[in-house]
Design a protein around this ligand. Structure first.
Ligand SMILES: C[S@@+](CC[C@H](N)C(=O)[O-])C[C@H]1O[C@@H](n2cnc3c(N)ncnc32)[C@H](O)[C@@H]1O
Length: 461
């Protein structure tokens, strides 16, 4: 198998990087494909299996090695298909556009009447342009557009078409499919019509591919009692983290890593209102084009790098790029103008703005964003207004003034001095009290944040 991997890599390297990027050509290595194949419980050796975008055929080869007799592969790239033909002479292989063509055309080319029992692989991820799909199927094109407008979305829809009842799809796809708004219609259809057997978080697996990936395994036909196995790639294994009933989800799919994750999420949702219940003004991107408009890089936690604390106005400026390492970086922006690298929150009330500023810098709110908005992604993300509005938010009479006092100190003391950290830690403690968390929950959040945030935020913590 070393030879297969080497030769496949050799072929992949011969392709131009820009061509690969614009066509979503990044082959799956042998190890990952093997783990995926091992996850699937093939019912018997005569089941029909296809990788409709097979590239150099790693899934085709492994399925044949597993003893399966009816293995099919398609790829647009004729040379890649020839490569697979040499390695897997018993496989059924053709070169065609398996995403533009519907399942009837595919079955005609293969001269078969029965649909497939398993559709596996790693389809191309490319935002669609007007030429990506060569089809006149109006309803298909419309659905692809509404479902997220990406080639892998089209590939997933085609996989669904070519699948038998009770058939299984196992695809590597971008992780943001689970939580980004533009995929909402498709997610809801999947939650309604399929049993999601497992989701494996494989992190940022592919060099040169943006974002993180998951392995999504679905079974056609919805089993009312289905539970989803949530797994993570660790030490070359798919490790089970937790299981959750599918009906827990209605749209966004959060990759809970443990029972504690689930319990804290439930508590946040049940017990607290959200920022949206309090926001009176605008939450969204800055749009000033002025040269001196504040940009993301001008902001540090609780202040502007080169301006004193603002006294007028009622805006909070948030660095638009969020990283798990730094957490939220925001300041009181007063009446200043900000450009599109800043997310602005306004309330009309500067005092409430400063209370919000305190809460959004806390470990608790950063934990919420990391876990339940960004699905544990360690890459940089955008501070989306939708996520900000969803954060659990309590205006606590007893502690309101204390939070304001700490925010005032954090705005005026020497940035990141020992005293500054003292108040930062006091702020975190008071926020835990406001949200009424148990000692156990606090430890869990502290530990999670410790593991993900940069050490520089944990002084004296
Ligand atoms: C991400 S690669 C994965 C290849 C292989 N499944 C693997 O996992 O190694 C995507 C493959 O899809 C192929 N492809 C792209 N668009 C296609 C289309 N419209 N029809 C068939 N194959 C396509 C590319 O040539 C490439 O080989």
């Amino acid at each position: 198998m070393i030879n297969f991997d080497k030769e496949s890599q050799y072929y992949e390297k011969s392709l131009d990087l820009n061509y690969k990027k614009s066509n979503g050509i990044f082959y799956t290595d042998f190890n990952l494909a093997q783990l995926i194949i091992n996850e699937i419980n093939f019912r018997h050796s005569d089941v029909k299996v296809i990788d409709p975008c097979c590239g150099t055929g790693v899934f085709v080869k492994l399925a044949i090695d597993k003893g399966l007799n009816n293995v099919y592969g398609i790829d647009l790239d004729k040379k890649a298909v020839s490569f697979v033909k040499k390695i897997c002479p018993t496989a059924n292989l053709i070169s065609m556009d398996s995403i533009s063509c519907d399942f009837k055309q595919i079955m005609k080319r293969f001269k078969i009447k029965e649909k497939f029992d398993y559709v596996i692989g790693n389809p191309p991820y490319v935002p669609l342009t007007s030429t990506s799909l060569v089809t006149k199927e109006y309803l298909f094109l419309r659905q692809v557009k509404n479902y997220g407008d990406n080639l892998y979305v089209a590939a997933l829809l085609r996989a669904k078409e070519m699948l038998n009842d009770n058939g299984i799809i196992s695809y590597i796809i971008p992780k943001n499919f689970l939580h980004v708004n533009s995929y909402s219609f498709f997610r809801r259809e999947i939650l309604r019509d399929f049993s999601i057997l497992s989701i494996v978080d494989i992190g940022k697996y592919f060099k040169n591919v943006r974002g993180e990936q998951i392995v999504l395994t679905l079974q056609k036909n919805r089993n009312a009692d289905n539970t989803i196995k949530i797994k993570k790639l660790k030490n070359n294994k798919f490790e089970l983290l937790t299981e959750i009933r599918q009906d827990f989800y209605t749209d966004k799919i959060i990759l809970f890593e443990s029972k504690e994750d689930v319990e804290i999420y439930k508590k946040f949702n049940k017990a607290y209102t959200t920022l949206n219940d309090y926001v009176k003004g605008y939450v969204g991107r800055g749009h000033s084009k002025l040269d001196n408009a504040i940009c993301g890089k001008d902001i540090r936690k609780f202040g502007l790098k080169s301006l004193p604390p603002q006294t007028q106005g009622s805006q909070i400026f948030i660095q638009n790029i969020y990283s798990a390492e730094a957490g939220i970086i925001a300041c009181f922006g007063g009446q200043l103008q900000a450009n599109e690298t800043v997310t602005i929150f306004t309330d009309g009330d500067p005092t409430m703005c400063r209370y919000v500023l305190g809460l959004i810098h806390s470990k608790l709110i950063n934990f919420y964003l990391l876990k339940y908005c960004y699905n544990n992604s360690l890459l940089t993300m955008h501070v989306d207004a939708r996520y900000l509005r969803s954060i659990p938010f309590i205006v606590d009479n007893d502690n309101f003034n204390v939070v304001l006092e700490y925010v005032n100190k954090l705005e005026t003391l020497d940035y990141m001095s020992a005293e500054w950290f003292e108040y930062y830690n006091l702020l975190n403690k008071i926020v835990y009290r406001i949200y009424n968390l148990t000692e156990q929950e606090i430890n869990f959040i502290d530990n999670t944040i410790k593991k993900t945030q940069s050490k520089k935020w944990d002084k004296n913590g």
